[in-house]
Design a protein around this ligand. Structure first.
Ligand SMILES: C[S@@+](CC[C@H](N)C(=O)[O-])C[C@H]1O[C@@H](n2cnc3c(N)ncnc32)[C@H](O)[C@@H]1O
Length: 211
């Protein structure tokens, strides 16, 4: 497999990423449009969506990632695996989630995950974090009652900010007591999650439901 060199971080507020993508013709990619859809925002190399789509053939999985070379390679892996329930899109989730959700069947998206997003620690960079109130508003508009949002990070402040931003929108309600979920409800771990767990570090997870 050829090595793909990509920048470690890109600034989603940069001019290159200011235009929303035009969604693909989903019917040409996915076999079962009527299956539930899972959007994984910020999927990096895309191992998690690949394993989820394999593990859950009765779901359609879409990985969103801003770094295009990773997306191109992930779609090659998808093709090699012959999966017809998985696609990766190169986009800035902050302006492209809306057209993506608009283009999918109404109420089709049942799960959205944001896992270990770039933390952008410096105060002046925090507006680059992916979970911003307008993204939450768009998910509130397009997700139907019962859809789930799963959030996790190894940076407590980032996990708390994401959870608080969803909880601040009356369309979302936490599904568990206490600050954090005791465990990950999904059957697959992300790359970052595996690495964090190996180092014995804590993971902060929360889940909300569209009400
Ligand atoms: C730290 S990685 C986490 C990858 C994976 N979710 C995991 O847990 O292993 C965060 C990813 O989000 C991507 N990303 C950051 N901002 C984004 C945005 N606005 N839209 C789409 N992807 C974004 C980054 O390029 C990076 O690949």
């Amino acid at each position: 497999m050829a090595i793909v060199r990509v920048r470690e971080h890109v600034n989603p507020l940069g001019i290159r990423f200011s235009k929303a993508i035009a969604p693909p013709k989903w019917e040409e990619i996915f076999d079962a449009m009527d299956h539930p859809w899972h959007l994984d925002i910020g999927c990096a190399r895309g191992y998690f969506p690949l394993k989820m789509a394999t593990e859950r053939p009765d779901w359609n999985v879409v990985g969103l990632e801003i770094r295009e070379p990773l997306v191109d390679r992930a779609n090659q892996w998808r093709d090699e695996a012959g999966l017809r329930n998985l696609h990766y899109l190169s986009c800035n989730a902050n302006n492209s989630v809306r057209p993506i959700l608009e283009s999918l069947p109404k109420g089709a998206v049942k799960l959205v995950s944001v896992q270990f997003p770039d933390p952008w620690f410096k105060k002046r960079h925090q507006k680059r974090r992916v979970v911003q109130p307008p993204l939450v508003d768009e998910l509130a508009t397009f997700l139907q009652v019962g859809a789930q949002v799963f959030l996790q990070s190894d940076v407590e402040e980032v996990a708390r900010e994401m959870g608080d931003r969803f909880a601040a929108n009356p369309a979302f309600q936490k599904t568990h007591d206490g600050d954090w979920l005791p465990d990950n409800p999904l059957p697959v771990r992300t790359e970052r999650e595996i690495s964090v767990i190996k180092q014995g570090l804590p993971v902060y997870r929360t889940q909300l439901e569209r009400v």
